[in-house]
Design a binder for this molecule. Structure first.
Ligand code: ZN
Length: 312
């Protein structure tokens, strides 16, 4: 529930009906739904090591990528952005998150890539995209819930091709969304944009969190601490950790050729979380809404290149 609208108030959408008889259903708590079977990956698609090995084994990986790795990451990340755009274009009231998973999966394998979330981690993630609705912070599992008019939906796409990953996410407005949620989504995107502006050689990594936290808190919102940006390349997650809040001790600096994600998760209320029994779905502790946007970033000689720039 938003603080500003009560059950018997007129709905924000202008229908003239009471909120409780109109858009309130999109504020019902998200519950676990039925998760469909794992989607098949056709022969000929290169599988990441965690699929063939059955577990995530961390390997040493240079923080500064070779020109060859960067070229491959440019291509893979650009296609991750394409998959996200076309999956998001299908997100509308009545569509299930499992249908969006199908669209993402088929687009990904159609581009000759592997959907990185599939079978990643422990327990192995059972689907090809993360779909996180309303109070779900991240790592929501697609299921048979139909999108409702008034929802906000984060879709997080990562794909693996040419031996490298590209990772990007956006929060989409489903139908007519209340003003507070729209403001949350707008401010969260602004947080990502301001964070990217801090990226350049010699800049401290803690400038990213500083830019995000100051903008979010000025708007009255919270910054999730428990999930952070990460190094990315030949592995989905490398040992670079990028908090989205100001961490004074994180004074290490950026160098040209580094690649990492920035992915602020911003909350209307408290930033603490709980994880469902599925081992993945992270929700805000107060069940208030949260939004997220993410890019894969390359540090260039004089700033940042957004490798997952959205085509639209
Ligand atoms: Zn309404």
């Amino acid at each position: 529930m938003t603080a500003t609208i009560k059950a018997n108030d007129q709905c924000f959408c202008g229908s003239g009906r009471k909120f409780k008889r109109c858009h309130k259903t999109s504020f019902d708590p998200i519950r676990p739904g039925t998760v469909g079977p794992l989607r098949e990956v056709p022969d000929g698609i290169d599988l990441p090591p965690y699929v063939t090995e059955g577990e995530v084994i961390r390997r040493p990986e240079p923080a500064v990528k070779s020109p060859d790795v960067i070229e491959r990451m440019r291509r893979t990340a650009a296609d991750a952005a394409k998959v996200l755009a076309l999956t998001g274009a299908a997100a509308e009231p009545g569509v299930t998150t499992d249908e969006l998973d199908r669209i993402c999966h088929e687009a990904t394998v159609g581009l000759g890539a592997y959907p990185s979330p599939r079978l990643y981690g422990e327990p192995p993630f059972p689907k090809s995209i993360c779909s996180s609705l309303n109070e779900v912070i991240c790592h929501g599992i697609p299921d048979d819930r139909e999108l409702r008019d008034g929802d906000i939906l984060n879709l997080d796409v990562t794909i693996f091709r040419e031996g490298v990953h590209g990772d990007t996410n956006r929060t989409f407005l489903i139908g007519e969304v209340d003003p507070e949620s729209k403001r949350l989504v707008r401010v969260t995107l602004e947080c990502l944009e301001r964070a990217i502006e801090t990226v350049k050689p010699g800049a401290p990594f803690n400038g990213i969190g500083s830019a995000i936290q100051s903008h979010a808190e000025a708007a009255g919102f919270g910054v999730v601490r428990a999930f952070v940006g990460h190094g990315i390349g030949e592995q989905f997650h490398t040992d670079i950790h990028i908090p989205h809040y100001y961490e004074p001790r994180l004074t290490t600096t950026m160098e040209p050729g580094m690649t990492f994600t920035i992915e602020p998760m911003i909350t209307v209320g408290a930033y603490d979380h709980q994880v469902w029994d599925d081992g993945w779905t992270a929700v805000t502790i107060d069940r208030k809404r949260t939004a997220q946007f993410e890019h894969t970033i390359l540090v260039t000689d004089d700033g940042a290149e957004v490798l997952t720039a959205w085509p639209d």
